[in-house]
Design a protein around this ligand. Structure first.
Ligand code: F6R
Length: 614
């Protein structure tokens, strides 16, 4: 989703800003732009629809001088993707330029008022009202820029992270946030602003995360000055972030997605490091240790998440219920936040999010907190908004995920949920010693078994070629495999644009079976587990209607193999950890089909990596 970067300092701003935009590309965008206050004091704006490389081409040979600037990658919400709607937006007088993430909900009213005062809007965006309103406020009285921003931001309803240039103060960069993340990097005589850490990484490891309704003023030679909308000075701890945070390369893989699929064995080792102790036969999450009383007293767990993280939540629910014997529910964060849910102080809400910035998940957390629930976050992005908004939690520690389609974050989330369920179950005495020990041993073998699964890559790549014709796919699973079927279908949809549906396999006969014919590929998860015989019947039902069955089976299976058109074998594990292995061939299948169809796998159309608007 939209990305912001800004710079003020002794270096040329343009190369830093374009590099920052490239690092933000993974979030998904449709246009990009830069504003620079040039060495001669002029304000130069460059904007293009399309890629950052298109923007760079359009700037070739033009004046890109200046030591202060702001830049943006836009993911359209109000107004089509176009150069006019791309940020930065400039006020009518040419004094202010702004970039903005988020949504101004009352923009229409503000725009109408300003139009009545003679302001002419150039774009269809909600953002432009911010900069025009700043112009209007500044025209009323001689105020400093921070005061202008305080008045503007007090009038708007909605979410914002902004960076602002004021031509009358070309030695100062301004930034502010509410419900949309913004980090300020503090270098030696220079400042960086960014919507996530990636544009800052490598320039400085000193970072301040602004809080809601705070405005930062950056002036070289001075320390960072932060005030809130009521003009109260806000002091912030400067956080030192790890040097490699936010930097990532493809390491020889064709795409980030493929690299991230292959990284999963080592990511899960990192995720379990210091937590799963095979020799000592323990699973320990520090958050469970620190908040044991609160977690053990929980009468119910409510998992809130979106998309892939919601699928991980469906698996977590089954683990929590089966090991801890506590009721667990899973809600789409976007539905939960508007559903007037029955939540109270005896509930623990688990918020799952790779990015830690998903607007709906953040809103669900706020709602649950207002009703007294204890909030446990499961996130990947260190220092992001969700870990800061929760009472406690566990990072999944799988490293930056750049491919827009989530892969290693999903398996990391499932692994943390397994550890969480086991740790609580042990503390509550709801798991017997044998099962607990077996789970620990199995968890420890998962990375190696995943490596075995990854050896199917070439076969899946050949298989994918046979399915590029398909317009639809069905994915089926039962029990723990049902959420994996949903996830497999989501992966295919996202990157190949083939319509795909995931169903609980037994639900087929209640309607969707009407879709089956010789054209319909059906991916069935038929590994050895308690429902194996049942799923076998489901495979028969599909074959009887001439569906083309691709079955994921356990090593050595001969029964399903005899009926299915194609089988992909994976090592056996305990049922609840099966999703960790089964999801890998499904990720590879989606990846290779998308590659065969020539799609932009890492940056699928219309999608954003961090969904920071609702
Ligand atoms: C799918 C995908 C999305 C995200 C969803 C939630 O591949 O990545 O469905 O899972 O947007 O994002 P996070 O986990 O960052 O809250």
């Amino acid at each position: 989703m939209c990305g912001i970067t800004g710079y003020i300092g002794y270096r040329e701003a343009c190369p830093i800003l374009t590099e920052g935009l490239r690092r933000l590309e993974y979030r998904g965008y449709d246009s990009a732009g830069i504003a620079l206050i040039a060495d001669n004091g002029g304000l130069n704006i460059y904007k293009e629809k399309g890629r950052v490389s298109d923007l760079e081409n359009s700037m070739a040979g033009k004046d890109t001088s200046g030591h202060i600037g702001i830049a943006h990658t836009r993911w359209a919400t109000h107004g089509e993707p176009s150069a006019v709607n791309a940020h930065p937006h400039v006020s009518s007088s040419g004094r202010f330029a702004i970039v903005h993430n988020g949504i101004i909900e009352n923009y229409a009213v503000i725009r109408k008022n300003l139009e009545q005062k003679g302001y002419v809007f150039r774009s269809s965006t909600d953002t432009e009202v911010l900069v025009q309103l700043a112009d209007y406020v500044a025209s009323l009285q001689d105020s400093d820029t921070v005061t202008v921003l305080q008045k503007v931001l007090s009038e708007v309803v909605g979410a914002y992270a902004i960076a602002l240039l004021d031509r009358e103060h070309p030695d100062r960069l301004y930034a502010a946030r509410k419900s949309s993340p913004l980090a300020v990097g503090i270098g030696d005589g220079e400042f960086f602003v960014a919507s996530d850490i990636s544009p800052i990484a490598g320039y400085t490891d000193k970072v301040v995360y602004l809080d809601d309704e705070e405005i930062a003023e950056m002036h070289c030679g001075d320390s960072l000055h932060v005030v809130n909308l009521a003009n109260v000075e806000c002091r912030h701890e400067i956080i030192t972030v790890p040097e490699n945070l936010g930097k990532a390369g493809k390491d020889g893989f064709d795409h980030f997605m493929l690299k991230e699929i292959f990284e999963q064995p080592s990511c899960l080792t990192d995720c379990m490091r210091g937590r799963v102790d095979v020799a000592g036969k323990t699973v320990t999450l520090s958050a469970v240790r620190e908040h044991k009383d609160r977690l053990l007293a929980a009468e119910r767990f409510i998992i809130v998440a979106c998309g892939t993280s919601w699928h991980a939540g469906l698996i977590g629910k089954q683990m929590i219920e089966s090991f801890c014997r506590i009721p667990a529910e899973v809600a789409y964060a976007s539905e939960f936040r508007y559903s007037n849910p029955v939540v109270g102080s005896s509930d623990v809400v688990i918020a799952i999010s790779q990015s830690g910035e998903t607007a709906d998940t953040l809103a669900a957390i706020e709602l649950a907190r207002s009703k007294g629930a204890f909030i446990y976050g499961i996130c990947n992005a260190v220092g992001s908004s969700i870990p800061r908004a929760t009472d406690t939690g566990s990072y999944i520690h799988v490293g930056p995920e750049i491919g827009v389609a989530s892969t290693k974050a999903f398996t990391g989330q499932v692994t943390v949920l397994a550890m969480l369920a086991l740790d609580i179950a042990k503390e509550k005495n709801t798991i017997d010693d044998r099962t607990y020990a077996e789970m620990i041993e199995e968890l420890a073998t998962i990375p190696e078994k995943m490596r075995v699964v990854l050896r199917t890559n070439d076969r899946i790549a050949s298989l994918a070629k046979m399915f590029t014709y398909a317009k639809n796919f069905i994915y089926l699973g039962r029990g723990y495999s049902y959420p994996v079927a949903l996830e497999g279908a989501l992966k295919l949809k996202e990157i190949s644009y083939i319509h795909a549906e995931g169903y609980p396999a037994a639900e087929m006969k209640h309607g969707p079976i009407a879709l089956i014919d010789e054209e319909m590929p059906v991916v069935i998860i038929a590994t050895h587990n308690a429902l194996y015989e049942k799923i076998l019947s489901n495979v028969q039902e599909i074959k009887a209607r001439k569906g083309r069955v691709i079955a994921i089976v356990s090593e050595g299976d001969s029964t399903v193999s005899a009926i299915a058109d194609t089988v992909i074998e994976i090592p056996e594990t305990v049922e609840c950890l099966d999703p960790l292995l089964v999801s890998v061939p499904l990720q590879l299948l989606a990846y290779h089909i998308a590659v065969c169809k020539g799609k932009d796998v890492d940056r699928p159309r219309n999608l954003a990596k961090s969904v920071t608007v609702e």
